[in-house]
Design a binder for this molecule. Structure first.
Ligand SMILES: [Zn+2]
Length: 433
């Protein structure tokens, strides 16, 4: 068994929980004393550091959301002295202001430590050559793997994104053994190599993929192995948490959330109540050692579950299953962000349609498809097929213009779609992540 940090990684569950409680107390006190924002939030929630006596007491702390982080742009949540900051990264900021994340030297150390443990667990080490094909720059993907690679004594090839032919040349010529990338890019790179007559299995030493940044499935993992001989390891992270931070261990069955780095909770997304192992809900993370940009009970918006069984690798650190989707409604279809509100708005332009609709997202082969089921108004309901087809055509054209993707439209009879109390669950995502 390959272990980077035996002292921490091989702790028993009880030892780990003792350590977590100690770190939680320290971190809560730091935030109380050094951050006016978190001090106020805790006071509003009627909790002070003295109330944290057991690990369960984390539930007394208030939740944070992306909006909280965004509203405090650029640096109102930064807790370290300006002089202790050594780096900034930023979230992509696809909607509104980005989130600026500052790092102290210790923050950078813990970040690469977290990745180094997983990379070591599946056998990477001094003799390996890791090509980092994630974006370098404000985005935290590239530099995260870069420093983790150097930490374990492997050699890093900071290729960043783009120029696929050069990426392939580097893999062949330098004897690259592992690559950090998005799974779809690695798949694409394999296809380009094949067109050049390169057999990735025979002509290269590439065997390991550090893959994340987009949803992907076990089927894709199998395909990467069959076509390229690359074992893909699933990665989870977010710029708010530092960057790409947690990876699967050698077992490839769930991602270890290192207990000394983060305290993991799964909660019911509607009520915020805690859920147990095996129950799907929203992931909530408290970072236990972050100095510059603390994270307290942050609602990630990702749906997953804590895995029940202890990991066969022997580590007692909790594991999460693959991310099942997002709490907020945004869906990504063929790389394009789609909001149900856009669909709703577009459907409303047609007086023949009622207010009920449903989105069904599926994946056929590697292609995402979306079906919009829209309910007709009673007065618009007719058995004139030609008229209905013409209407369907108009609805689908308008949707394509708004969403920039083609969608299938089905017009259904009045009162046939399911009704919901409270927030409507309009999206059925049948893709396997
Ligand atoms: Zn494990």
């Amino acid at each position: 068994m390959n272990v980077w940090n035996p002292h921490i990684e091989l702790m028993s569950k009880a030892q780990l929980e003792t350590l977590q409680l100690r770190l939680l107390k320290i971190q809560t006190r730091r935030m109380w004393e050094h951050s006016p924002f978190y001090h106020d939030r805790m006071r509003e929630a009627g909790v002070s550091p003295d109330d944290i006596r057991t690990l369960e007491d984390v539930r007394r702390l208030p939740f944070m959301t992306k909006k909280d982080l965004r509203d405090n742009y650029p640096n109102r949540l930064m807790m370290s002295d300006r002089g202790d900051l050594v780096r900034y990264h930023a979230s992509s900021g696809t909607t509104g202001k980005p989130i600026i994340v500052g790092y102290t030297k210790t923050d950078l150390e813990n970040w690469s430590e977290s990745l180094a443990r997983a990379m070591t667990s599946f056998g990477l080490g001094r003799k390996d050559i890791v090509q980092v094909s994630n974006t370098y720059g404000l985005f935290s993907g590239g530099l995260g793997f870069h420093y983790a690679t150097e930490k374990i004594g492997a050699t890093v090839v900071p290729a960043s994104t783009g120029n696929t032919d050069r990426q392939i040349d580097l893999i062949c010529d330098l004897g690259v053994t592992a690559m950090a990338a998005t799974p779809s890019y690695l798949m694409y790179l394999g296809e380009v190599a094949a067109k050049r007559g390169i057999d990735m299995r025979k002509d290269t030493k590439l065997r390991v993929g550090l893959l994340g940044g987009e949803p992907w499935s076990d089927r894709m993992r199998d395909r990467l192995y069959e076509t390229m001989g690359v074992r893909g390891y699933n990665c989870f992270g977010a710029s708010e948490l530092s960057g790409p931070l947690f990876l699967e261990c050698a077992e490839q069955n769930g991602i270890h959330i290192w207990g000394d780095i983060a305290l993991l909770e799964i909660v019911d997304p509607d009520t915020g109540e805690p859920l147990g192992p095996g129950e799907r809900g929203e992931m909530v993370i408290t970072m236990l050692q972050k100095e510059a940009f603390p994270i307290m009970r942050y609602r990630m918006g990702d749906i997953t579950m804590m895995m029940d069984e202890p990991c066969p690798c022997g580590r007692a650190h909790p594991r999460i299953a693959r991310i099942q989707g997002r709490v907020d409604d945004m869906i990504i279809i063929r790389g394009i962000n789609v909001f149900p509100s856009q669909v709703e708005h577009s459907l409303m332009q047609h007086p023949e349609l009622g207010s009920e609709f449903q989105l069904v997202v599926d994946r056929k082969g590697h292609l995402d498809t979306m079906l919009v089921r829209a309910e007709l108004r009673p007065e618009a309901f007719t058995d004139d097929i030609v008229a209905l087809n013409a209407l369907r055509e108009r609805v689908s054209n308008r949707l394509r213009n708004v969403l920039n993707i083609s969608v299938n439209v089905e017009l259904v009879q009045p009162d046939t779609l399911p009704r919901f109390e409270g927030k409507a669950k309009r999206v059925m995502d049948r893709r396997e992540y």
